[in-house]
Ligand binder design. Structure first.
Ligand SMILES: [Zn+2]
Length: 238
C-alpha cells in the first residue's frame, strides 16, 4: 500500500465527486449489519418484521423491531472516517454523498447526504399525510399519524417495496455526472443500488474502491484500497 499513500487524491481536481457509502462504514462504529455473517437477517425473518404485509397484520411488532434498530444505532457513535468525510465535504461543496444506510450515522457526524437510497430510520410516514422527521430517541415520538390516526411506518424501503424513484433518479443523475466516484464499505451486491457502480464507470468517472476485502464489483475500479473506512478517509484525500 505504500505506493498509494504517497498519492493523495486531491478532490479539488474534480468538478463533481460522489462518495457511495455502504454498511461497512457503519459497521466500523459497531452498528449491527443486516446482511452477512451475524447480520440481523440471521436472527429475524424479514417476512415478520420488515415488509408491508407484516406491517398490515402486526404493526406493533414491526414498530418494536425498528425501535430496537434505533436503540442499537444510538448505542454507537460516528468514527474518525465519518468526521473526515464531513470535513472534506465542507472544504469541497461538489462532494455528494449517496448512501444505502438507513441509520443516520453520517448526518450525526455533520455529513450532508444527497440521497438516502433506502430511506431513514429517523423518519415516519403516513400513506395519506406523508413523511415526518422523528426524534433522535430510540422510541418513536408517536406510532400514529396525528392527522388521521393511522399507523405510521418507518420511511425506509422494506423488502418487497418499490424503490423510491425520486431518490434513485436524483442519485443516478449525480453519479452520471461524477468525475470521481468513491465507493466506501459496500459490495453493492444488491440491486438496484448495484447498478450505480457500472453507471459511474460508463460515465467515465475515476473509480476508487475502499473496502477491507475485495468485492464482486472490484474489477470495475481503477484502484481498490484494502482499508477500513476510518483509515482511508483520514489519509487518502485532501
Ligand atoms: Zn395520516
Amino acid at each position: 500500500m505504500s505506493e498509494s499513500r504517497e498519492n493523495t487524491i486531491k478532490l479539488a481536481d474534480y468538478a463533481s465527486v460522489v462518495f457511495f457509502v455502504g454498511a461497512g462504514m457503519s459497521a466500523e462504529s459497531g452498528v449491527p449489519t443486516y446482511r452477512g455473517a451475524g447480520g440481523i437477517w440471521g436472527q429475524y425473518r424479514y417476512q415478520d418484521v420488515a415488509c408491508q404485509r407484516a406491517f398490515d397484520v402486526q404493526p406493533e411488532k414491526v414498530l418494536d423491531f425498528h425501535e430496537l434498530r434505533r436503540e442499537a444505532v444510538l448505542a454507537c457513535v460516528p468514527h474518525a472516517g465519518h468526521y473526515a468525510l464531513a470535513k472534506l465535504q465542507s472544504a469541497h461543496p461538489q462532494l455528494n454523498v449517496i448512501t444505502q444506510n438507513i441509520d443516520g450515522m453520517l448526518q450525526r457526524a455533520g455529513v450532508h447526504v444527497s440521497a438516502e437510497l433506502h430511506g431513514s430510520l429517523w423518519r415516519m410516514r403516513c400513506a395519506r399525510h406523508g413523511v415526518s422527521e422523528d426524534s433522535d430517541k430510540g422510541s418513536f415520538r408517536t406510532r400514529r399519524c396525528p392527522d388521521c390516526d393511522a399507523w405510521l411506518r418507518p420511511d425506509i424501503t422494506w423488502f418487497e417495496d418499490a424503490v423510491d424513484e425520486t431518490v434513485f433518479t436524483q442519485a443516478g443523475e449525480l453519479i452520471a455526472s461524477a468525475e470521481l466516484f468513491v465507493s466506501v464499505g459496500t459490495s453493492a451486491a444488491v440491486y438496484p443500488a448495484a447498478s450505480f457502480i457500472p453507471l459511474a464507470r460508463r460515465a467515465g468517472a475515476r473509480m476508487i474502491e475502499i473496502n477491507p476485502e475485495r468485492t464482486e464489483a472490484s474489477a470495475l475500479f481503477e484502484r481498490c484500497y484494502a482499508l477500513l473506512a476510518s483509515e482511508a478517509l483520514t489519509t487518502l484525500f485532501a
